[in-house]
Write a protein of this length. Structure first.
Length: 189
C-alpha cells in the first residue's frame, strides 16, 4: 500500500498561502502546519502577558507583540507565530513588509497539550539559532508552572522553574519582571 506524501512548499509559496489565510500557519522543512485554535485559558494568559509586559516596558526601547506577529528563523528556514515576543531597539523585518520579524529578544510560548514537546525541544532549538534571541519562557495553561530559559553567555542557557502564584518571574534581557499572579490573573486552575 502506498502512502501519499505532502507536497513540498517553498518559503515563497508558504508566505503567499499564509498571507491569504484566515488562520495562522507555521512552516518548517517545506511543510505547512495549521495552528490549532487556542483554549480560553491560553488566550487569557496571552492577554495577561501582553498587557502586563507592555505596561512594565513603557518608557523603554522595548516593544511587546502578540500571536499575530510571524517570526522567520533563517538558519532553519522556519516561520513561527510565538504567543508573545519582545524586541528592544530596532525591529528588523523580512523584506519590505512589517509582518515577519527577524530579531525577537524574548519569546513566550503558552503550552498546549499538542505543542508542549515541540515548544520544549525543536522550537526552542530553532529560536536559539537567532542571534538576537536571549530569553525563552514556557507557560503552562493547566497548572501554575513557568519555565524560564535565559542566555547566560554564548552557548550557555540557564533554566529556572516557577511553581507558585506568589513567585515573580525576573527577566534577564528586558527591564521588567512579572508576578505569576499577573500571568495567571483570572485563570482558574
Amino acid at each position: 500500500m502506498s502512502t501519499a506524501s505532502k507536497p513540498y512548499l517553498s518559503s515563497e509559496e508558504y508566505l503567499a498561502l499564509d498571507n491569504q489565510s484566515e488562520f495562522r500557519n507555521e512552516y518548517a522543512d517545506g511543510e505547512l502546519f495549521a495552528m490549532a485554535k487556542a483554549s480560553k485559558n491560553h488566550r487569557d494568559i496571552v492577554l495577561n502577558l501582553t498587557r502586563h509586559l507592555a505596561i512594565n516596558l513603557v518608557g523603554s526601547s522595548c516593544r511587546v507583540d502578540g500571536p499575530e506577529c510571524r517570526v522567520f528563523i533563517p538558519a532553519k528556514t522556519v516561520y513561527v507565530y510565538p504567543d508573545v515576543l519582545v524586541t528592544c531597539g530596532e525591529e528588523l523585518y523580512l523584506g519590505e513588509s512589517d509582518d515577519t520579524l527577524l530579531n525577537p529578544l524574548l519569546v513566550i510560548e503558552v503550552l498546549s497539550p499538542s505543542t508542549e514537546d515541540y515548544d520544549h525541544g525543536r522550537k526552542f532549538g530553532h529560536y536559539r539559532s537567532l542571534p538576537s534571541f536571549q530569553e525563552y519562557v514556557l507557560v503552562a495553561q493547566d497548572r501554575v508552572s513557568v519555565g524560564h530559559f535565559y542566555l547566560q553567555e554564548p552557548g550557555v542557557w540557564t533554566f529556572r522553574e516557577y511553581l507558585q502564584r506568589s513567585a515573580e518571574l525576573k527577566f534577564q534581557s528586558i527591564p521588567a519582571g512579572l508576578p505569576l499572579e499577573s500571568i495567571y490573573e483570572r485563570i482558574m486552575i
